[in-house]
Design a protein around this ligand. Structure first.
Ligand code: NAD
Ligand code: WQD
Length: 349
C-alpha cells in the first residue's frame, strides 16, 4: 500500500463499521482490527458490499501487543481511530476488573505500540457518560467530569492517560470524542447495531419489541423533572457520528494537541418522545409500561455541540424521523442482526 492508512480498532462493531464505510467512501486507506467479541465478521463482508471495496482486516485483540506491533509494521499507519472496548454499563458494575483490563490496559498497550511505531495521532471513543449528572444543560466540554460507573470511569481514565501522554511527549494529537446516544442504522438496511442477548439500550430494545422479540418496553422512571417525566437524551444518528470521526481526523493535520469534543445534536428527547417517533417509523403503537427508575440514570444528557461544529466543521444533520426509519429498515430486514450469517473470520483478510 503506498498511501498511509488509518487503523480502526473495533471496526467490526456498531459505530466502527459505519465509520469504516465513511472512510472508504472518502477514498482513505483503512486497516481494521477487532477481536470479534461483540461483533461478527459478517459486518466486514457487508462493509465490502456497501462500499464495493476490499477491507483489510485482522482478528487481533488490543491486549496482544505483539500482534498490534505486527500490524503497525505491515502497514504504514498515520492515525488510529480507537473504538475497541467493552461498553455495557450494567455489566461493568458486575465485572469491573474485566472492564478495567480490556479498556484501560488495552488502550495503554495500543498507545505503547503506537509510540514504538511512531504513530502519534489518535481519535478516541469517549462518552457523554464521563459527565455523570451534569450541572449544566446543554453540556459544554468544560464541565468537570465525574463518571458514576466502572464503564464510564474507564472512559474518564483513558481520557486522562491520553491527555498525560500528549503533555509529556511532543507531536501527539488526540481527539477525545464524547458521544451522546448513538442511534439508527446504515441507510442500506444491511448494517446496524447488533446487540447480543437482551439489549440494555432504549432504541435496540424498542426495535426488538417492534419485531415481536420482546413483549413491551419498560420505561424506566416517569417522575423526573422533564416535560413528561421521562429522561432526556441526545440521540445522534450513527452515520452523522461516523462522519464526526472523519472531521476529527482532518483536524489532526493542524496539530491540535489533545482536544475534547461533544458529538451530539444539541437536541434532547424524552423516552416517550422516542417511542412516538419510532411508532411513526413502524406504523403502529408499540406497547410500553411505566416502571421504576433504573439505578444510575440521570435526568438529562444533552450536548452543546458548538465546539465540534466550529472547530471540526461538523454538524449532526440527520433528523430523528430518518434515524428511526433507518433503525426500523435494518431491524425488520435483519430480525436476528448478523447472528444467522455463516462464516468464520479469517485470521487475516
Ligand atoms: P461495539 O461493541 O459494537 O464495538 C466495539 C468493538 O470492539 C466490537 O466489535 C468488539 O468486538 C471490539 N472489541 C472489544 N474489546 C476488544 C479488544 N480487546 N480487542 C479488539 N477488539 C475489541 O460498540 P460500539 O457501540 O460500536 O462502541 C464503539 C466505542 O464507542 C466503544 O469504545 C464504546 O465504549 C464507545 N461508545 C459507545 C456508545 C454507544 O452507545 N454505542 C456511546 C459512547 C461511547
Ligand atoms: C436511554 C434512556 C433509560 C432502556 C448508555 C450509556 C452511555 C452510552 C449510551 C456507551 C434512559 C431509558 C432505556 C429501556 C428505558 N453508551 N430506557 N427502557 O443510559 O443514556 O446511555 O448508552 O458509552 O454511556 O450509559 O442509554 O439507551 O440505555 O437509555 O426507559 O429498556 O432510555 O432510562 O433514560 P443511556 P440507554
Amino acid at each position: 500500500m503506498s498511501e498511509k492508512a488509518v487503523l480502526v480498532t473495533g471496526g467490526a462493531g456498531y459505530i466502527g463499521s459505519h465509520t469504516v464505510i465513511e472512510l472508504l467512501n472518502s477514498n482513505q486507506s483503512v486497516v481494521v482490527i477487532d477481536n470479534l467479541t461483540n461483533s461478527s465478521y459478517e459486518a466486514i463482508r457487508r462493509i465490502e458490499k456497501i462500499t464495493e471495496k476490499k477491507v483489510i482486516f485482522y482478528k487481533v485483540d488490543i491486549l496482544d501487543k505483539k500482534a498490534l506491533l505486527e500490524v503497525f509494521q505491515r502497514h504504514e499507519i498515520w492515525a488510529v481511530i480507537h473504538f475497541a472496548g467493552l461498553k455495557a454499563v450494567g455489566e461493568s458494575t458486575r465485572i469491573p476488573l474485566d472492564y478495567y483490563h480490556n479498556n484501560i490496559t488495552g488502550t495503554v498497550l495500543l498507545l505503547e505500540a503506537m509510540k514504538e511505531s511512531q504513530v502519534k495521532n489518535i481519535v478516541f471513543s469517549s462518552s457523554a457518560t464521563v459527565y455523570g449528572d451534569p450541572a449544566v444543560i446543554p453540556i459544554p466540554e468544560t464541565l468537570p467530569t465525574g463518571a458514576t460507573n466502572p464503564y464510564g470511569r474507564t472512559k474518564q481514565f483513558i481520557e486522562h492517560i491520553i491527555r498525560d501522554l500528549c503533555t509529556a511527549e511532543e507531536n501527539w494529537n488526540a481527539a477525545l470524542l464524547r458521544y451522546f446516544n448513538p442511534a439508527g442504522a446504515h441507510p442500506s438496511g444491511t448494517l446496524g447495531e447488533n446487540p447480543l442477548g437482551i439489549p440494555n439500550n432504549l432504541m435496540p430494545f424498542l426495535s426488538q419489541v417492534a419485531i415481536g422479540k420482546r413483549e413491551y418496553l419498560s420505561v424506566f422512571g416517569h417522575d423526573y423533572e422533564t416535560p413528561d417525566g421521562t429522561c432526556i437524551r441526545d440521540y445522534i444518528n450513527v452515520v452523522d457520528l461516523a462522519k464526526g470521526h472523519l472531521a476529527a481526523l482532518n483536524k489532526m493535520k493542524d496539530g491540535p494537541g489533545c482536544v475534547e469534543y461533544n458529538l451530539g445534536t444539541g437536541r434532547g428527547n424524552t423516552v416517550l418522545e422516542m417511542i412516538h417517533a419510532f411508532n411513526k417509523a413502524v406504523g403502529r403503537e408499540l406497547p410500553y409500561k411505566l416502571v421504576d427508575r433504573r439505578p444510575g440514570d440521570v435526568r438529562n444528557l444533552t450536548a452543546n455541540p458548538a465546539k465540534a461544529n466550529a472547530e471540526l466543521h461538523w454538524k449532526a444533520e440527520i433528523s430523528l424521523d430518518e434515524t428511526c426509519a433507518s433503525l426500523w429498515n435494518w431491524q425488520s430486514k435483519n430480525p436476528n442482526g448478523l447472528e444467522d450469517c455463516p462464516g468464520e473470520a479469517p485470521a487475516e483478510s
